[in-house]
Design a protein around this ligand. Structure first.
Ligand code: NAD
Ligand code: AKB
Length: 330
């Protein structure tokens, strides 16, 4: 059903100055680079709670340390940077979240509410807050998971993602805030290592293939999950952020599909380039998390409402990942 927005808000405003939270993370680091090339380096302020030596994110444009759990610091950063949009990438992911559920709730929920409140008070034009396939749970249909379906996750991370979707929709309806988000699948990338998720094996396997020729995988060979290559992740994020408001029926909870493959399928794709590559499968606590997530998602809403279409398949991604990692690491 189409969200009804309060009359007072002009929902068609463009944005020019952007604040990125969690900008040193797996997605934030590459998103910041693309935002700076589109919107101008001076117009995109990167932030994170940590710092990284010689980081292109910190050196390639405005930078500030920002803890998203501090509401005063968040609003102050929005004011100081004169941001009219926030891309909120700061979070604790599923595996780390299960090790420290209280921290996961605090960063993901307090962080999200602090961003929404600053956006409401400062009347921002756009806020992007990601959700995840972790919003689904064991009662959700696992094949071609529908856009509208059961949302009963078993991880704290998943609980924060469902709650995040709901609070975003609340701010949209109650205050007319233009907040948008995608349920990202596992993201595979070659620039910044992932930060403590269940799908990290799908990235680690490429690094270990290049560096050691062998990998011990923490999920079973037949574990199938939805995945996406980083260029498609950045494309999806910006296509949604820049989509015409009037074409959107959904806002904070778009399913986006790209690839669905098992851990064994990734290993087989790597073996086309490294025939001796060996993988041992030793499932740990993350297997139980993976077993509650979809195998594939139905993303017809994203395709219909803002033209979503992925560019990369498994073998083209594998060839590109291996080439990039070899040239950077060897
Ligand atoms: P990441 O773990 O790589 O990066 C998160 C960043 O947030 C880190 O740099 C970390 O230092 C920072 N951070 C942690 N606590 C903070 C705090 N209190 N204040 C400010 N910064 C803090 O995560 P990512 O993979 O880049 O994920 C970005 C978003 O996309 C998250 O909302 C995540 O849930 C979502 N997502 C990611 C994936 C994926 O596979 N990468 C899949 C689905 C959804
Ligand atoms: C994780 O595994 O926690 C993330 C995700 C799918 O949200 N990569």
């Amino acid at each position: 059903m189409r969200t009804s927005f309060p009359e007072r808000q002009d929902m068609t405003r463009d944005f020019k100055r952007i604040l990125v939270t969690g900008a040193l993370g797996q997605i934030g680091s590459e998103l910041t680079a693309e935002l700076r090339s589109r919107y101008g380096s001076d117009n995109v302020t990167a932030s994170d709670i940590k710092t990284v030596k010689e980081s292109p994110v910190m050196e390639g444009g405005p930078w500030t340390v920002l803890d998203v759990t501090d509401p005063v610091a968040v609003e102050e950063a929005v004011l100081r940077t004169k941001a009219d949009a926030v891309f909120h990438m700061a979070a604790i992911l599923s595996a780390t979240g299960e090790q420290n559920p209280q921290l996961c709730w605090k960063v993901n929920m307090d962080g999200t509410i602090n961003i929404l409140e600053a956006a409401r008070k400062q009347d921002l034009a756009r806020v992007i807050i990601p959700s995840s396939i972790a919003a689904f749970g064991p009662e959700t249909p696992r094949d071609s998971t529908p856009q509208e379906t059961v949302l009963r996750p078993r991880t704290m991370y998943g609980v924060t993602k469902v709650s995040g979707e709901l609070i975003c929709d609340y701010y949209a309806r109650k205050y007319g805030l233009d907040v948008r988000g995608l349920r990202y699948p596992g993201i595979i990338s070659s620039e910044t290592l992932p930060g403590g998720g269940t799908t990290d094996y799908a990235v680690d396997i490429y690094y270990k293939a290049v560096l050691e020729g062998r990998y011990t995988c923490f999920v079973r060979e037949d574990t199938m999950l939805p995945m996406m290559y980083m260029p498609d992740c950045i494309k999806a994020t910006l296509d949604l952020a820049e989509a015409d408001f009037d074409s959107l029926v959904h806002h904070s909870d778009f399913n986006v599909g790209a690839l669905s493959m098992t851990a064994g399928d990734i290993a087989a794709s790597i073996r086309k380039h490294i025939p001796d590559f060996q993988v041992e499968y030793r499932p740990d606590y993350r297997q139980a998390i993976a077993d509650t997530w979809p195998k594939s998602v139905n993303d017809s809403a994203a395709r219909a409402e803002w033209g979503w279409e992925p560019d990369w398949d498994l073998d083209s991604m594998t060839a590109d990942m291996l080439e990039r990692l070899r040239s950077r690491l060897l």
